[in-house]
Design a protein around this ligand. Structure first.
Ligand code: AMP
Ligand code: ZN
Length: 472
């Protein structure tokens, strides 16, 4: 042990490397405080079900969160993900349906939790709602005006981008390039077309809060600056979102927070995931290839199969969602599960951790899982699957085995025979697959083949385990 370093609670000494969008290189990750590693993910605007694209950064951050908890200890990581519950899309939904905003946002948050839980994601430590932090947003806006970085005009408050020479550093563009390339809203009250809204006026029908600039509501970007500062402090470790958020949302968050706290750096590392497409095309309602996480779950695709499909592609690569990938993921997971059935989890394989520590290389981690299968390391395989967020309960229940039940004699063998039959079916070795099925039926096992849930079984009253001896 190095005598000069303060004692801390790190469990292991894996070097974590992350691709920092701000520096544009992969860097060794050094937390500001090893006893409290702090991460922030921009969360959803809550007016509708999450689509599968929305799940991508949640899964990316969940893998990161699990890695950090593993390395620094579960009590030494703080994960914040906000709910944007003040937004014109929510107002429009309320006006169209006659429902209250609170009703819509509460219901959507409930859906979001259910859907993200089903994909094996841990809940963040804090999930602030924007409407609970309006006072902090007003204070930060006042502070930006006082420091000469923002100005009030016609009930609006605007951030003055020309007052912050580093504006554009995150997206790597100059202000002039951005004006040329972006669809900026020109308004008479703006000093510069790039200036963006910190506060805007609300009419009588629109939600609003009293402020020094009249009744109004915050702009979107100020939300994350105010909430991250309130819950993580003016500097924290990792900030993430999709590449579509890098500009303008993250650029604007960075500008606001650095101007409000000039001695601080805001987020040290920025992680941006690439977008998800469907069957090679941009997902869109008009192409009919738009679906929600709930649509997939309702089709009977288990959440962990969806998760597995995501983990097969590194977060910095564009990802294509295909039915073929779902089928393959289902087959692979089914193989993995049959191996870990009733096996005690041992230790997470070091190469799996190494892969995740290498800029969240989840596809490499899956390659390592296949190696564990090849070596027959079932205990390590199970521990590694758990580490990657494939939860044990559904691993066991997927095969129709009640979770909280002690297996009857012979059930282990049934599972192995079903697994072997799956392998024979996949190899189109029908006579052997049929022989195994007939043997199960003869022993009193009732089998249900389900497209997306694999084969489930029940044990009938006539079940006779001795009839299964010698079948394999
Ligand atoms: P939105 O639904 O546009 O409010 O986006 C919420 C989050 O989902 C943001 O972090 C986006 O980066 C992310 N997101 C939206 N569409 C996609 C997509 N097709 N692929 C990956 N991430 C997406
Ligand atoms: Zn944000």
């Amino acid at each position: 042990m190095t005598p000069h370093l303060p004692q801390h609670k790190r469990y292991s000494m894996t070097t974590i490397k992350l691709h920092n969008s701000k520096s544009r290189v992969k860097e060794a990750f050094i937390p500001l405080d090893e006893n409290n590693v702090r991460i922030y993910l921009c969360g959803p605007t809550v007016y509708d079900r999450a689509h599968i694209g929305n799940a991508r950064n949640v899964i990316m951050f969940d893998v990161l969160y699990r890695l950090l908890r593993h390395e620094y200890g579960a009590d030494h990581v703080t994960y914040v993900r906000n709910f944007t519950d003040v937004d014109d899309k929510i107002n429009a939904r309320a006006a169209a349906t006659g429902r209250s905003i609170r009703d819509i946002t509460d219901e959507t948050i409930g859906w979001y939790h259910a859907d993200m839980d089903a994909l094996g994601n841990l809940r963040p430590d804090h999930e602030p709602r924007a409407t609970e932090y309006i006072a902090e947003m007003i204070t930060m806006t006042e502070d930006l005006i006082a420091k000469g970085h923002a100005y009030a005009a016609e009930g609006h408050v605007l951030f003055d981008v020309r007052s912050f020479p580093a504006y554009g550093q995150l997206s790597g563009r100059s202000v002039d390039d951005m004006i040329a390339g972006a669809r900026v809203e020109v308004a008479p009250y703006k000093r510069d077309p790039m200036d963006f809204v910190l506060w805007k006026p609300s009419d009588a029908e629109t939600p609003g809060w009293d402020s020094p600039w009249g009744r109004g509501r915050p702009g979107w970007h100020i939300e994350c600056s105010a909430m991250s500062e309130a819950l993580l402090g003016p500097s924290f470790d990792i900030h993430g979102g999709g590449t579509d958020l890098q500009f303008p949302h993250h650029e604007n968050e960075l500008a606001q927070s650095c101007c409000a706290n000039p001695a601080e750096g805001f987020a040290s590392v920025w992680l941006h995931n690439e977008m998800l497409q469907v069957e090679g095309k941009k997902m869109s309602k008009s192409l009919g290839n738009f679906f929600t996480v709930r649509d997939l779950l309702d089709q009977g695709i288990p959440g962990e199969v969806i998760r597995f499909v995501f983990l097969q592609t590194h977060y910095r690569k564009t990802m294509d969602w295909t039915a073929e990938k779902v089928a393959q993921a289902e087959a692979t997971l089914s193989d993995f599960k049959s191996l870990v059935f009733h096996v005690e989890a041992t230790t997470v394989d070091p190469k799996v951790i190494e892969a995740i520590a290498n800029d969240l290389n989840t596809s490499q981690a899956i390659t390592e899982l296949h190696r564990l299968v090849g070596n027959g390391q079932a205990g390590e395989l199970k521990a590694s699957l758990l580490f990657l967020g494939f939860d044990l309960e559904s691993i066991e229940s997927w095969w129709g085995v009640p979770v909280a039940h002690t297996p009857k004699d012979g059930e282990n063998l049934i599972a192995l025979i079903i697994r072997q039959r799956d392998i024979e079916k996949r190899n189109k070795n029908w006579p052997e697959a049929d022989r195994l099925r007939d043997a199960l039926i003869a022993a009193g096992v009732i089998i249900h083949d389900q497209k997306h849930r694999g084969t489930q079984f029940e044990v009938s009253r006539e079940f006779d385990a001795s009839k299964l001896q010698g079948v394999l």
